[in-house]
Design a protein around this ligand. Structure first.
Ligand SMILES: Cc1cc2nc3c(=O)[nH]c(=O)nc-3n(C[C@H](O)[C@H](O)[C@H](O)COP(=O)(O)OP(=O)(O)OC[C@H]3O[C@@H](n4cnc5c(N)ncnc54)[C@H](O)[C@@H]3O)c2cc1C
Length: 288
């Protein structure tokens, strides 16, 4: 199949959706820089009240029939503050938050999935073809025209190699499947999948991905301590800041003390590696 070239302007429509196989070659030349997008998809119902009720069970004579009773905002905050001041974090594990995340790189994926106390669903490169892959440009590269041009050239070359591999592998697999007697539609579908899953090995770390991530509040505390820190890489730092902003909107009492290590502990835990900007950091994360 001969690639059909389309202009950057007219092809933007194709960039915004997953096209059919026939669109595969028609999406070349798109504007493909992806931007971070984070959405809090869902969270435990009344998360702060649930945490406070778990704390109440620990520290009062209340039983399960009445632990949720009469927990107004003030009482809820009181229980949560007590837990935090004692470092008693297990009650906050009862509430979880689910985020939809787009416009992040496969580099970020490697970093975020190191956080094991979480659940992840990630866009598959085995099943979804990268008709025109989108990518993340690091700001430092974006800010230097010469570096940006080298980067963009690398992306174009990666795409070309991916496309070429898909084409060669697809033709080869299709022939084999047809020779085996598979009906054409099935042979094409299977050949496409087989081609994509091997061709993806040439895709770069910059390649955009999408995921759904669920963490409980305790795991989020740990995530924010590490990733809101100035020592974390810019991309996961940006993501962590946005996730923190979103959870603070729905559970301010639970998260007003959450943030990078120095903000939470009142001292930098990074030792010699400190960024030395504790005051700035405190101002950034402090509410009110
Ligand atoms: C600035 C920075 C630099 C980094 N550099 C590197 C690097 O060079 N190389 C590298 O490999 N990683 C690196 N990491 C990743 C880091 O080592 C962690 O893997 C990652 O941040 C996840 O943290 P976590 O284990 O606390 O989170 P989670 O996996 O969510 O675990 C949460 C907590 O549960 C407990 N826990 C979980 N699993 C176990 C277990 N098996 N045994 C005992 N306790 C457990 C621990 O208390 C842990 O803190 C870096 C992280 C940061 C923030």
């Amino acid at each position: 199949m001969k690639p059909r070239r389309v202009s950057a302007v007219s092809s933007n429509y194709f960039c915004s959706r997953q096209g059919e196989w026939e669109d595969y070659f028609s999406r070349q030349g798109c504007e493909v820089e992806a931007k971070l997008k984070v959405k809090l998809l869902q969270h435990t119902y009344e998360p702060e009240k649930l945490v406070a009720s778990a704390a109440r069970l620990c520290y009062s004579s209340s039983g399960i029939n009445d632990i949720m009773e009469g927990l107004d905002e003030e009482e809820t905050s009181r229980f949560i503050n007590m837990l935090m001041s004692m470092g008693h974090e297990s009650p906050v594990e009862h509430v979880s938050f689910t985020f939809g995340i787009e416009g992040v790189s496969r580099s970020l994926l490697a970093q975020i999935t190191r956080h094991r106390i979480a659940s992840y669903s990630v866009k598959s490169q085995r099943w979804v073809k990268e008709g025109q892959f989108e990518y993340i440009i690091p700001p430092e590269i974006n800010g230097i025209p010469e570096a940006r041009e080298i980067f963009l050239q690398a992306m174009r070359e990666d795409q070309e190699r991916y496309d070429a591999l898909v084409e060669v592998l697809f033709a080869q697999h299709l022939q084999v499947f047809l020779n085996e007697g598979k009906p054409e539609t099935e042979a094409r579908r299977d050949a496409q999948k087989k081609a994509i899953e091997d061709a993806r090995y040439v895709l770069p770390n910059a390649c955009e991905t999408k995921m759904v991530v669920t963490m409980n509040a305790r795991s989020l505390y740990n995530f924010f301590r590490q990733r809101c820190c100035n020592r974390a890489q810019w991309e996961i730092h940006e993501l962590a800041d946005e996730m923190l902003r979103l959870v603070r909107q729905v559970a301010p009492a639970l998260f007003h003390r959450a943030g990078p290590g120095c903000y939470v502990l009142g001292r930098c835990p990074e030792g010699k590696m400190t960024c030395g900007k504790a005051k700035e950091v405190k101002n950034k994360y402090q509410i009110g």
